[in-house]
Design a binder for this molecule. Structure first.
Ligand code: ACO
Length: 475
């Protein structure tokens, strides 16, 4: 009987992986997992296991995991449910550390007993279990794509933990399209053993992860308070953004039948999550909008935000959004207004939103942004741009990146989010911004919402630190 492993290193940094149920046929799950592992560039050892195969994708195949002439850290199991227990026993005898059980047909369809046996058997041998009923796990710093999802996941600072398999796989593809860089993708499935809290705790200490995003449907009965307790600690180290599905009554019922867990009362979830320091996004788009800002930007040092725009309408929409998302707009003092006036015609507005007018070129933007960056009273900057013929979007993107990096060289780091409204060339300019560390969005509201998330997290950390300080004074 082995000692149960508490460290998830074997899940994220395995030295060797066996794929049990590796198929000879392209298009089958067991084949695609081996293909993803190879093609994404996993440099440690991969061992296909299949009693009917000599070789799969040019790798020698073994009839059983026990025949592999090497230690095996992780076993990915992709055989039908009725074969899983036999395979797990062999993994235990082999000394495997962690099992990634892809197979469906457990508690999600009422087969609680088989799931209980699966975990019990794994624990007898000291093995941990991810799943069952999952699409796998990705950890980009190790070039490990142990899934049957899309292959070319972009590396970056966002970890994505998902309780929904199909949605998770779909979103992996979407992050590639949107050029969102990920550190990890973890499919949780039925959470028979390893759960969201434990994975979050591991990723909170992972230097490659800057922000943790979670698609959550519901927790297993009896794990709620532990979840909140752990997440409270995690959110002090890294921002955690959760989309909680099943907000409506019918949605909650669907979530309960989908993963075999209970969806809680939405309002209570909301309050509990806030207390644990979790940022709750309304939908997936918002979650990744915020995550991108956290992954790329420094945290705000204060509340004072300045909006710089070339269009009055965009400025008004952003001002409304600022109120919605709790973003405080600075009333610029006279001397700061004078600084902004240098970059606008007489009919512009140096108030906040600072309206450079439709005459603004990248030069005026650059000047105004630098004033805001170098002024101590300004903490956060939101730049809005409506496509005009006098201001090339790519030139503007370069001007913004230059302003921010020059300030950085002078030791000034402030969060800057951008919204660019326009056509194809603005989309290219936004891509350039994102690739160069500035999150850019196609509408003002999303740039404001992302800034709002940074500010709320900053407030939370400040409050908690203050509370801890006060408590410690009283001891
Ligand atoms: N050890 C190793 N390999 C074995 C063993 C064994 N004991 N027994 C059989 N195999 C081989 C098979 O011969 C086969 O290889 P082959 O294709 O070369 O003949 C391979 O393992 C797979 O076995 P099959 O019986 O063909 O099983 P199949 O691939 O059809 O299904 C699977 C297995 C994928 C695990 C299926 O049972 C299942 O659970 N599918 C759902 C998975 C899923 O969706 N998970 C949730 C993901 S998230 C989402 O919702 C998208």
């Amino acid at each position: 009987m082995g000692k149960r492993l508490n460290n998830l290193d074997a899940l994220f940094k395995p030295k060797s992986i066996a794929v049990i149920g590796a198929s000879r046929k392209p298009g089958k799950i067991g084949y695609e997992i081996v293909r993803n592992l190879i093609e994404y560039g996993f440099t440690n050892r991969i061992y296909p296991v299949n009693p009917h195969a000599e070789e799969i994708l040019n790798l020698k195949a073994y009839p059983s995991v026990k025949d592999i002439p090497d230690k095996v850290d992780m076993a990915i199991i992709s055989v039908p449910a009725e074969k899983v227990l036999d395979v797990i026993k062999e993994c235990g005898e082999k000394g495997v550390k962690v099992l990634v059980v892809i197979t469906s047909g457990f508690s999600e369809v009422g087969n609680e007993e088989l799931e209980r046996k699966l975990v019990e058997l794994a624990h007898q041998y000291g093995m941990r279990v991810l799943g069952p009923n999952i699409f796998g796990v990705v950890y980009t710093p190790q070039k490990m794509n142990a899934t049957f999802g899309p292959k070319d996941i972009l590396p970056g600072g966002i970890a994505f933990i998902t309780q929904s398999g199909a949605l998770g796989i779909a979103l992996m593809g979407w992050t590639i399209l949107e050029e969102i860089g990920l550190s990890a993708v973890v499919s949780m499935g039925n959470m028979a053993d390893i759960d969201v809290a434990e994975v979050s705790e591991y990723l909170a200490n992972d230097p490659n992860t800057k922000v943790i995003t979670i698609y959550l449907e519901g927790l297993r009965v009896g794990t709620g308070s532990r979840f909140l307790e752990i997440m409270r600690k995690v959110s002090l180290k890294k921002p955690v953004i959760v989309v909680k599905a099943g907000r409506s009554e019918r949605g909650a019922a669907a979530a309960a039948s989908h993963t075999g867990s209970l969806a809680g009362l939405d309002k209570m979830y909301d309050a509990a999550m806030k207390q644990a320091g979790i940022l709750r996004a309304l939908n997936i788009e918002e979650m990744f909008d915020w995550a991108r800002a956290f992954a790329l930007l420094p945290l705000p040092k204060g509340e004072n935000t300045v909006i710089i725009t070339n269009g009055g309408g965009a400025g008004v929409m952003a001002t409304d959004a600022a109120e919605d998302y709790g973003v405080k707009l600075l009333d610029p003092p006279e001397d700061l207004k004078d600084k902004f006036r240098k970059y606008m015609p007489w009919f512009g507005s140096p108030k906040n939103p600072v309206d450079l007018t439709g005459m603004a070129t990248p030069k005026e933007y650059y000047g105004a942004i630098k004033e805001a960056l170098y002024d101590e009273r300004v903490h956060n900057i939101i730049v809005l741009y409506c496509r005009t013929a006098v201001c090339d979007p790519m030139e503007l993107a370069k001007a913004i990146v230059n302003a921010v990096s020059e300030a950085k060289r002078d030791g000034i780091e402030k969060p800057v989010t951008v919204a660019m409204i326009g056509g194809k060339d603005t989309a290219n300019a936004m891509r350039y911004l994102n690739r160069n560390g500035i999150p850019a969005y196609p509408i003002p509201e999303r740039a404001v919402s992302a800034m709002g998330a940074l500010i709320r997290y900053m407030r939370y950390l400040k409050t908690i630190k203050q509370v801890i300080k006060e408590l410690e004074l009283k001891v």
